[in-house]
Design a binder for this molecule. Sequence first.
Ligand code: NAP
Length: 240
Amino acid sequence: MSKHAVVFGATSGIGKELSKLLVADGYKVLITGRRLEKLEALKAENPQQYIIKQHDVTDIESSDILFKEIIDTLKTIDLVVYSSGVGGPNYNLDWQIEYNTIATNVLGATKIFGLAYNFFKDQGYGHLVGISSIAGVRGNRHVPCYFASKSFMNSYLESLWMKAKRTKNANISVTDIVPGFVETKMATGTTFWKAPLDRATKQIYDAIKSKKKKAYITRRWRFVAILVRIMPAKIVMKYL
Ligand SMILES: NC(=O)c1ccc[n+]([C@@H]2O[C@H](COP(=O)([O-])OP(=O)(O)OC[C@H]3O[C@@H](n4cnc5c(N)ncnc54)[C@H](OP(=O)(O)O)[C@@H]3O)[C@@H](O)[C@H]2O)c1
């Protein structure tokens, strides 16, 4: 019997590339995102292995309905990946930008994490993966909400990892994927150490297969995180 994965934010970038790797590995993958035409185009590459559900993660109430539909369709779920995310500079603290970032990266993510975790608890097993960011390590004066939202995600995923370790009668894994810069639409404009999408995604998939608690992508960002975490804020703000 094939394994089942659900990928939130599979219309482009990391989520799309990861969905392809999962399908190549024999998974049946339910892909979501707002852009239906992108979901349909991905499904057309391998119609038997993809199921599509158009969904906006900021529509929190619809996530309950969607998750029920997903369970009805797949019956069992081995892996849930949350790759949906938005972020960019917000020099003037425009509220709409901050709100959308919180709605997608914090509220939307927390809702899906909770639905997936509780489903896995009932099912007796499952693997939850969140794509956070190196941005979660410290603050940033240009992109405050994105950095804060990823910090929230780091902390929340670690909490779920701890919870899973103490959950009896269920074998639940939780992985926090922490990318540096990856060649996608989101990283347009950033110039250094940008990992090609295929290399980064392969490392992400390796970390998922190893059920790592936390994985920096590419690996060198782990050392950046250690350094940046202990740096005084006055120095950090010169570079971030
Ligand atoms: N690229 C990098 O350098 C980098 C670095 C660190 C972390 N990350 C993280 O990696 C994740 C994936 O980003 P990416 O680089 O692959 O960028 P991307 O190509 O822009 O992908 C973002 C994905 O999020 C989905 N999304 C955005 N808003 C959504 C919403 N309201 N509802 C449902 N889905 C939504 C998009 O789908 P629709 O627009 O179709 O809804 C798209 O599939 C993000 O969480 C990002 O923060 C990226």
